[in-house]
Design a binder for this molecule. Structure first.
Ligand SMILES: *[C@@H]1O[C@H](CO)[C@@H](O)[C@H](O)[C@H]1NC(C)=O
Ligand SMILES: *[C@@H]1O[C@H](CO)[C@@H](O)[C@H](O)[C@H]1NC(C)=O
Length: 408
């Protein structure tokens, strides 16, 4: 591929060399083959028929979020997320905090669209069918000292929105200029109004607050978070977004990380061994978020807002892990050594001795990949249950999650 980059419009000069008819025919045949190969590998619109008949035919996805939906943003911007991430799917580190796919990947598959390229990834990027603005560690709350010192991502939700605005503005400019780069690598101008806008962000706000606040103080913080999230939906709407797919937050008290870091007192543990008060905070936040989504529906009547109860899916898998063929829900595939939690690719130092943490043998059996992030298998399990709309507050499946779904 050539080195075409945004802002660097490459125009082909018509060349004047004369050719024999045979040469011309061969050249044409080669061109057709090359074009066919190019479309097959680079412009995955050949697979995008899968959602025709589903009602919406989303041409693109724009995602905002944290590590739960990061497909390479944090990795591209800061440091490559190393092996064993990616061991189950992709076969190499893919910028995801998991052994394989995140829920967003399954959503993209269902829509017949390619996996989303991270906006911040400049290597081999193709944004023809959308862009992913999520980065691991992102928060709703704009970066402040508490969040910075906690080691979270500086690319908070407000920055993700600025990035989207710039992405859209420059995409439209390049199309105006007739850029060939724009035709193959960027969404079409009309795709912005027809795309699905997915949002999964808040978990790090809760983690960050837990590190430095009492649970009472946290409850006071929650309304400002959900108001900000609703404000982000408003801003996207003003930019032309009409179809939204919004996840609530999962049972953070059941993450092995939480159970290790905040060992629950006997009066603060639920039937699954999770930190009950942390789950209550997540649920309080989810109730506020649901209210905000209801208010948004009144404010933006021509938008379709689908609010997905990811909490329930995650919690039911954790509660019935054995029944569904999974191992101990509070265990994880890597990152745990005794009663300590580590990043799963790092060497752990315990009592002054360096210890290599080997990942488990069968990642497909674990719910938690690394103590904080869900495994490929758990993400697939959850995706199967949310995509058909059974956990949507308006009982609308993914493929009909647009304002005017055509009848199938
Ligand atoms: C580290 O040392 C402490 C105190 O000697 C001991 O209780 C603990 O078991 C040791 N941890 C490991 C993982 O060896
Ligand atoms: C959605 O899919 C799940 C898992 O396959 C299934 O248990 C559930 O009954 C389905 N719900 C609807 C409304 O189709």
């Amino acid at each position: 591929m050539d080195g075409a980059r945004p802002g660097n419009v490459i125009r082909r000069q018509p060349h004047s060399t004369r050719r024999s008819p045979l040469e011309a025919a061969v050249a044409l045949a080669l061109l057709i083959i090359a074009y066919w190969a190019f479309s097959a590998t680079r412009s995955p619109s050949n697979v995008s028929r899968a959602n025709s008949g589903g009602g919406c035919n989303f041409p693109a996805i724009f995602n905002f979020g944290d590590s739960n939906s990061d497909t390479g943003g944090k990795s591209a911007a800061f440091h490559r997320i190393p092996y064993p991430n990616g061991v189950t799917f992709f076969g190499k580190p893919s910028g995801r905090y998991s052994d394989g796919k995140v829920i967003l990947d399954f959503v993209a598959e269902k829509l017949g669209l390619p996996y989303l390229t991270a906006y911040l990834d400049s290597i081999g990027a193709n944004f023809r069918h959308g862009a992913n603005f999520a980065t691991g560690g992102s928060t709703i709350e704009p970066l402040n000292t508490r969040i910075f010192q906690g080691g979270y991502s500086p690319i908070s939700l407000d920055i993700q929105l600025w990035q989207f605005e710039q992405f859209k503005a420059r995409t439209l400019e390049l199309h105006e200029e007739g850029s060939s780069y724009a035709k193959t690598r960027l969404p079409r101008p009309e795709d912005f109004g027809k795309a699905l806008y997915t949002i999964d962000i808040v978990q790090n706000d809760l983690h960050s607050a837990l590190e430095s606040m009492t649970e009472e103080q946290m409850l006071e913080l929650l309304p400002s978070l959900t108001t900000r999230l609703a404000g982000a939906v408003d801003k996207l709407y003003q930019q032309g977004a009409r179809a939204f797919w919004i996840h609530n937050t999962g049972p953070i008290g059941c993450l092995p990380f939480s159970v290790i870091t905040y060992p629950p007192e006997p009066n603060n543990v639920d039937g699954n061994g999770c930190v009950a008060s942390h789950n209550e905070i997540a649920q309080a936040l989810n109730r506020l978020l649901k209210d905000q989504v209801s208010k948004l529906r009144l404010r933006l009547p021509d938008a379709k807002l689908n609010f997905i109860d990811l909490y329930s899916v995650r919690y039911s898998l954790i509660s019935e892990a054995k029944k569904h063929g999974f191992a101990d829900p509070l265990g994880c595939c890597c990152g745990r050594y005794g009663d300590r939690h580590f990043d799963c690719w790092k060497k752990a130092v315990v009592n002054g001795t360096e210890i290599s943490l080997t990942p488990c043998r069968d990642p497909l059996k674990v719910i938690s990949w690394d103590g904080v992030h869900y495994s490929h298998a758990a993400n697939e399990w959850a995706a199967e249950r949310i995509i058909n709309g059974s956990l949507s507050d308006i009982h609308v499946p993914l493929l009909e999650s647009c304002p005017n779904p055509a009848s199938p």
